[in-house]
Ligand binder design. Sequence first.
Ligand code: GLU
Length: 376
Amino acid sequence: MSQEVHLRQQLARSKRVVVKVGSQALCLADGRLDGRTIAGLCQDLAQLLDEGRQVVLVSSGAVASGTGEVGRERGLGKQALAAIGQPLLMARYRMEMQGLGRHVAQVLLTHADLADRGRFLHARRVLAELLAAGILPIVNENDTVSVDELRFGDNDQLAAQVAHVVEADALLLLTEVDGLYTSHPDKDPQAKLISFVGLRDTRALDAAEDGTSAFGSGGMKSKLLAAKKAGSVGVVAAIGRGKRPGITLDLLRGEPLGTVVQPAAKRLSGKRSWVATSLRTRGTLHVDAGAAQALAQGGRSLLPAGVVRSEGRFAVGDAVAVVGPSGQLIARGLVRYDSEEASKIYGLRTDQIATVLGWLPADELIHRDDLVLADT
Ligand code: GLU
């Protein structure tokens, strides 16, 4: 069986699904919500729920529908427009889903929320609670409080992160074209749909146009990067055209539509996937050749004995990078010591630590459960 067929069967079997819809698919050219597309989408989502699947919708369209409501001429910024549009978007979803006997819930997130392990776990717990109750959580970026440098970037990245928050089986990225093409389909009549992107396929990234649409901030490259990010924690992703009736159901029936993106073979556990995808590092640990080699084999913790020095100020639980003697990135992980204590025990054996510090906070500097190798 080809890898593509195998992946499409995996989509068909998926139980927990994140569906991301872009502004272009949800809105008309003037920004007002496209009632027909939203009604069709909601019918499909309700059907998935009826089949016993769990669904999270990541919906753009706040800025666009805010624009549709008050017009461009008022000169309001995107964050203000999102504040106007978000309740309109939710009101529409609520109306449609209520008619189909389902409840919706609104979840607004910022990058900073998911980079904080405590808040991340709250988000995971609440989303799981909603999903278990058969409710449709609708996620968007909390645009009003998102500061530029801390933004997810776009809702494709947000959707990839949400897929790992809820430990989804599949991520559908619904956009304005049928999938990934060899070149821009509007500009090149010879453009061909790429139905399958393999794990190490770099040509696909080259083919992905980085053009952005009128309202969304995504573009094809961003879709592919989001698909790959979800793939790095084992989620199968598919890209399809949002306005095509029944697209969600068809992709989740395994129909040969759109583009499927192969995930990494290994599924990372929840915490390790968080370390791999949600965090910015606060410091760097430089390890010796022996430790570098041991870590690279996988399944090992990092002990203080293997560390030579560190940079940066970090607290217990922060993410740090681990680099080898020639400066190569080996892993990322969560430290069990703060930088001040850690700096006193580099090179020491575990039995020497308590003598120096007066207590033994942990055997490992980074436990193997909290460590993710760079090439995972
Ligand atoms: N959060 C934005 C909105 O709802 C959209 C961002 C995006 O589409 O990437 O309007």
